[in-house]
Write a protein that binds this ligand. Structure first.
Ligand code: KG4
Ligand code: ZN
Length: 393
């Protein structure tokens, strides 16, 4: 069983091809794995600009699929001239009406290569930016139209959860035995959620942000400190420097810990962002030490709240395992705080490998294989769903 996965929910165009290894577990080898980031283009807008993201995905996707097929040794070029039958050509033209560049590239692909040995496609159907999601979905539908390969639509947040569980050994990835019940802390640019997971593929949201997501708060606060999008990693770097230098944060730079004592599992990050702005306005122009102090205080504030909420969620759900996923789970300080909590509270902790914390195709591939193992039916009626809840995935 060979599966090709497509992810285009935000600002990364990603394709992976994996080969399932026989056995009861979901185990697979990676035949190819490519991520094309648009970050440099979005920097000038201070965030991801959906129309631009869509255009860039449409420009890149077909070529990326071809490169992955080649890397996976699945690309066989035709030796004779071949023209798509007119019925298929018409279907493609309707399907890719809004992506003319992708239409021409797809025609070239279909006429230039033979149907590859791919058994299934997994594609992100939501949540994310709808114009961007549509590109991946239409790409998958085009492959389905011409090559007749079934499509498994995947929820991006489920992809993050599954990516964090993956165990990697000698080129083989697998979803290991997980002690249930589990809880997932999902922290990304668009989401901040705590999810109760009584068993594989069963998800209940028990806490979430009332306003900004954690990644969004990192990025917006970074911007106030003069750091370009996406500022999360740079805030983290400045905070690490501050720790190394043993900087003590000035009293007037202290920040609140929003919702720390709210008694529930919800979050609010927009007040924290405003608090950063107030401090920045008072101190501007900012010197390097003030920047480092603010980065440190911001990261500590977010971490304190995340740790407290995860601790509470573990108590409430009697979770034996905590899974942390989403782009912000690359954060070194949050990772070590979660490790410490897992040691004191005695739960198993699953963190994503650093190369799988940000958006990628492998997370969608792994979730796709899980769907197949669970006998989820493939679909060809697909619709980008920007706010698709993991509960209905
Ligand atoms: O999951 P992801 O790649 O995309 C979405 O699905 O949103 O998450 C991206 C987010 C961005 O807000 C980025 O600043 C943040 O993850 N991020 C970090 C770090 N690395 C990425 N935030 C804090 N510390 C990091 N090291
Ligand atoms: Zn993501």
């Amino acid at each position: 069983m060979i599966l090709l996965a497509i992810e285009t929910s935000c600002d990364e165009t990603a394709v992976s091809i994996v080969k399932r290894v026989r056995g009861n577990r979901v185990r697979f080898e990676v035949l190819s794995h490519k991520v094309l980031s648009q970050i440099d283009l979005h920097k000038q807008y201070g965030g991801v600009f959906p129309a631009l993201a869509k255009r860039e995905h449409a420009k890149a996707l077909t070529q990326l699929i071809a490169e992955c097929l080649e890397e996976a040794d699945l690309l066989v070029e035709r030796t004779n001239t071949y023209h798509l039958p007119s019925a298929e050509r018409k279907k493609l033209e309707v399907l890719l009406e809004r992506e003319p560049e992708m239409l021409s590239a797809m025609k070239v692909l279909f006429e230039g290569v033979q149907k590859p040995n791919i058994d299934a496609i997994a594609v992100t159907e939501g949540p994310g930016l709808e114009p961007a999601l549509w590109v991946g979905i239409n790409g998958a539908l085009a492959l389905n139209t011409v090559w007749d390969i079934p499509i498994y639509p995947i929820n991006h947040m489920e992809g993050h959860i599954i990516a964090s569980t993956l165990f990697h050994n000698e080129g083989v990835y697998e979803i290991p035995d997980i002690s249930f019940p589990a809880c997932a802390l999902l922290i990304s640019g668009g989401h901040t959620e705590i999810v109760r997971i009584p068993k594989l593929r069963s998800y209940k949201i028990i806490g979430k942000t009332k306003d900004d997501a954690v990644g969004e708060a990192f990025d917006k606060s970074a911007r106030m400190l003069g750091i370009p999008y996406p500022g999360g990693p740079e805030i983290s770097r400045l905070a690490e420097l501050a720790r190394k230098e043993n900087l003590i944060v000035d009293d007037d730079l202290r920040l609140p810990r929003p919702m720390l004592h709210s008694g529930d599992l919800n979050f609010s990050c927009s007040g924290l962002k405003t608090a950063v702005l107030t401090r920045v306005n008072k101190k501007s122009p900012l010197n390097d030490i003030t920047k480092k102090m603010l980065a440190l205080e911001f990261e500590n504030s977010i971490t304190d709240v995340l740790v407290a909420k995860v601790k509470q969620a573990v108590y409430e759900t009697r979770a034996e395992t905590v899974i942390v996923g989403g782009g912000v789970s690359a954060n070194t300080h949050i990772r070590s705080a979660m490790k410490e909590l897992s040691e004191t509270e005695g739960f198993a902790l699953l963190l994503p490998a650093k190369n799988l914390s940000a958006d990628n195709g492998l997370m969608i591939a792994a979730a796709g294989l899980l769907h197949i193992a669970f006998d989820v039916k493939p679909r060809t009626k697909l619709k980008a769903n920007g706010s698709w809840s993991i509960e209905n995935s």
